[in-house]
Design a protein around this ligand. Structure first.
Ligand code: URA
Ligand code: SF4
Length: 217
């Protein structure tokens, strides 16, 4: 049976598209066809997580941006470049991390066709719909540590009361999708790009990533 592509908001879910007993390659292929919520309609493609199945650290962002949507890879645009620099400065090799997003399709507004596409935050329902993909990635990668990048990822993993300002740079231990996980939340790298004092915001991100790096050393 082909799952319906139009359904009410409270029925959004990727679950019927997630294969059982799949490896990362099979998951990625299945995610390319996800129709679990309406975000697939306007986006170019699914942007699935990237990295080794035995990565020790998983980085979870919000959703792909404009560049990620075009290239089909997470964190390849300006926020990703800043993140890679901050990771390297903290002593975490970006190439050894598994990098993904809470939501796998780019959500945007566009004043007119061919005008710039402006990022729009996904709703809690959209993030909840997409959660089965993240749960499947976590179950396969079994990271020692999850770095939570910003509020959308935080709410997706830790619940809607998550506030990044309250817990950034701390180590949380929670059961997530039935598994005990260790998490270090920090700000989203895009927020550094938007900050009035970019240097201070960047140093704050690096300081939080230092906490993660120490746990991995
Ligand atoms: N912002 C995110 O949260 N994820 C990306 O992949 C790119 C930008
Ligand atoms: Fe599926 Fe997630 Fe894309 Fe919605 S955002 S269609 S749940 S992959």
């Amino acid at each position: 049976m082909t799952p319906r592509t139009t359904f009410p908001e409270d029925r959004y879910t990727a679950a019927p598209f997630v294969p059982d007993r799949a490896d990362l390659t099979a998951l990625r292929e299945a995610a390319a066809g996800c129709r679990g919520c309406p975000l697939h309609r306007d986006a170019t493609q699914t942007v699935f997580g990237e990295g080794a199945a035995d990565a020790r650290v998983m980085l979870v962002g919000e959703q792909p941006g404009d560049q990620e949507d075009r290239q089909g890879r997470p964190f390849v645009g300006p926020a990703g470049q800043l993140l890679d620099r901050a990771l390297a400065e903290a002593g975490i090799d970006p190439g050894e991390a598994y990098v993904t997003n809470a939501v796998k399709h780019f959500k945007f507004t566009q004043a007119e066709p061919r005008k710039r596409r402006i990022h729009k935050a996904p709703t809690l329902r959209e993030a909840a719909a997409c959660a089965p993909w993240l749960a499947a990635e976590l179950a396969l990668v079994e990271p020692e540590l999850i770095v939570v990048l910003g509020a959308t990822a935080g709410k997706a993993l830790l619940g809607s009361s998550f506030k990044v300002t309250e817990v950034r740079g701390t180590v949380l231990e929670r059961e997530i999708h039935g598994r005990p996980e260790r998490l270090v939340p920090t700000v989203h790298p895009s927020s550094v790009l938007r900050a009035d004092d970019r240097e201070a915001a960047y140093q704050g991100l690096v300081a939080d990533l230092d906490v993660a790096a120490r746990l991995l050393s």
